[in-house]
Design a protein around this ligand. Structure first.
Ligand code: BG6
Length: 519
């Protein structure tokens, strides 16, 4: 190790040392036969196990309706690992891991099945595997209420947990389809569980780069003094995807990009980028600031939706020279569907820090590149010195946080082109995660599941957060209802969205800065 590495090691402040210890527990997955279990949950638990991050002892129990034995379920999961694991399966690790997995057959509404589950947990013979329980609801939200009720009746879930045991419930998005349905779900859950026992997942919060937003802002002294309306001209948040809706047409018809991406992932990124510093790194302190920020977003009324929000839908086109069908030609999509596959919106934040600074957010399917980034663009310099030579071409300074892929941070500023003439052009300083830390790419689910097992709710969405997000989104959707898409709202697959999205920025003299491929 050279001197610089030694110094780096000394300087590294290991915040994770403060992580709560993981206690022996059983993880019960409802919806054990589903796609999420095979695709995300089991690979994530396998990797956590391989890294020695899971408690000792622990068990995983899958609960689902189909008849199968422990053995046949393990075989099924093993086959899923071959398809979905981010690493090659190590058979000896798998054998040890699989020995901890059991299957409980039952209907979600059948009280006897919960009795069988209770018997199975008791039969593990270790009291903590019966008392400390993480319930993962990988099932339709319409079934959440019934499951927590049955768990409570079977004495598996206690709303007031005694101090020597815990039970937690992890739920997936979509958490409701609007504010009333989200409130209803919350009511159903809190009848039998305390808010602090409920862990609502937004997988974007499990991404390293999204977590780094807080570190970047609050562990440095050079950026935060610029992070406000005196210095920032505007902010762009882009989450673009090259894929179309593929086989998910049925789900997507109901959700559209606004519910699928904006209500959760994009508003989460925005709240981390724009929130005030929390009083501590405690979950509640961070979540308080995020909610405060979301509540400061100026509401967009249905009548204003047309001037501040653009929706779009792709028609047939080419992405990377591959032909893609139009959205209306996708499987399970109505031929006259008005569902949006693209959204761009301008949000204003009514607080002292951000008053008057537009935040432009956009997301879409079948765009030219899959990339998520946040671009903070600073105010232009006064043109007194370089206007004759460079005029309008003097590029504004910007910091771009590239969240995925090619994770990193760019600082864009102007420099003199070497030579005898006074030429200025933008140059970039670039921090890349891969070159600095090596390729380290755990799945977001690994981090989130570990936090849930450890009982740290920082990376999960609190009830008021999810409800506030729906309050922002609902009036916009209401403004769209019954209004067919116009020509300016369609875009060809493989382009950066409809022209109406460019118009949205042009009104205030701005242009979208598209994420660039990184070679
Ligand atoms: C999911 C959406 O929540 O996020 C998908 O339902 C979307 O439509 C996905 O493709 C994007 O996640 P990621 O991690 O690939 O950026």
């Amino acid at each position: 190790m050279d001197e610089v590495d030694q110094l780096d090691e000394l300087m590294e402040c290991r915040l994770n040392d403060g992580r709560k210890a993981v206690e022996p527990c059983t993880i019960v997955i409802f919806g054990a036969s589903g796609d999420l279990t095979a695709r995300k949950l089991i690979p994530a638990f396998y990797h956590l196990f391989a890294d020695g991050a899971l408690p000792d002892p622990f068990r995983i129990v899958g609960f689902a309706r189909r008849e199968k034995s422990d053995e046949s379920w393990r075989e099924e999961l093993k086959a899923g690992m071959a398809r979905f694991s981010r690493t090659k399966l190590d058979n000896s690790v798998w054998e040890k891991f699989a020995a901890k997995i059991s299957y409980c057959q039952g209907d979600l509404n059948d009280a006897d099945a919960y009795g069988r589950l209770e018997g199975m947990l008791t039969a593990f013979g270790e009291p903590r595997l019966r008392r400390n329980l993480l319930f993962y609801l990988a099932i339709s939200p319409s079934q959440f209420g019934a499951v927590v009720e049955q768990l409570s009746i079977a004495n598996l879930l206690k709303r007031e947990e005694p101090s020597d045991e815990w039970q937690r419930i992890v739920v997936e998005k979509p958490f409701g389809v609007d504010l009333p349905s989200a409130e209803k779900l919350n009511h159903e859950l809190i009848r039998f569980a305390h808010e602090k026992q409920i862990y609502r997942i937004d997988h974007y919060l499990g991404k390293e780069t999204v977590q780094n937003i807080l570190m970047f802002r609050f562990s440095n002294s050079i950026f935060e003094p610029l992070w406000h309306r005196q210095s920032v001209d505007h902010v762009q948040i882009t989450v673009s995807e090259k894929l179309g809706v593929g086989g998910r047409g049925g789900y997507y018809e109901e959700s559209g990009a606004m519910r699928d991406m904006v209500q959760n992932h994009l508003l989460q990124i925005l709240s981390l980028i724009a929130m005030e510093p929390p009083v501590s790194l405690e979950a509640e302190a961070i979540r308080d600031e995020k909610v405060k920020l979301l509540k400061s977003i100026r509401p967009i009324s249905p009548a204003n939706a047309a001037s501040q929000v653009v929706r779009g839908q792709y028609f047939a086109g080419q992405v990377d020279s591959e032909l893609r069908p139009g959205y209306r030609q996708e499987e399970k999509v109505a031929s006259s569907s008005n569902t949006e596959t693209f959204v761009a919106l301008k949000l204003l934040i009514d607080n002292w820090r951000w008053s008057g600074v537009p935040f432009f957010l956009r997301t879409g399917k079948n765009l030219p590149l899959s990339a998520s980034e946040v671009r903070v663009q600073f105010r232009p310099t006064p043109h007194v010195l370089f206007s004759a030579e460079c005029g309008e071409k003097l590029d504004p300074n910007a910091i771009t946080l590239r969240l995925q892929p090619n994770e990193g941070i760019y600082l864009r500023f102007n420099g003199k082109v070497p030579g005898t003439s006074t030429q200025v052009r933008p140059v970039r300083m670039h921090f890349s995660y891969d070159s600095e830390f090596g390729a380290y790419t755990p799945e977001a689910y690994e981090r989130l599941l570990l936090e849930a097992v450890a009982g740290d709710a920082t990376l999960f969405i609190r009830r008021d957060e999810v409800e506030t997000a729906w309050r922002i989104v609902d009036p916009i959707r209401k403004g769209w209802a019954e209004k067919p898409l116009t020509n300016r709202e369609f875009y060809s697959a493989g382009t950066w969205g409809p022209v109406a999205a460019d118009d949205l920025l042009a009104k205030t003299g701005h242009v979208w800065r598209d994420p660039q491929p990184v070679s």
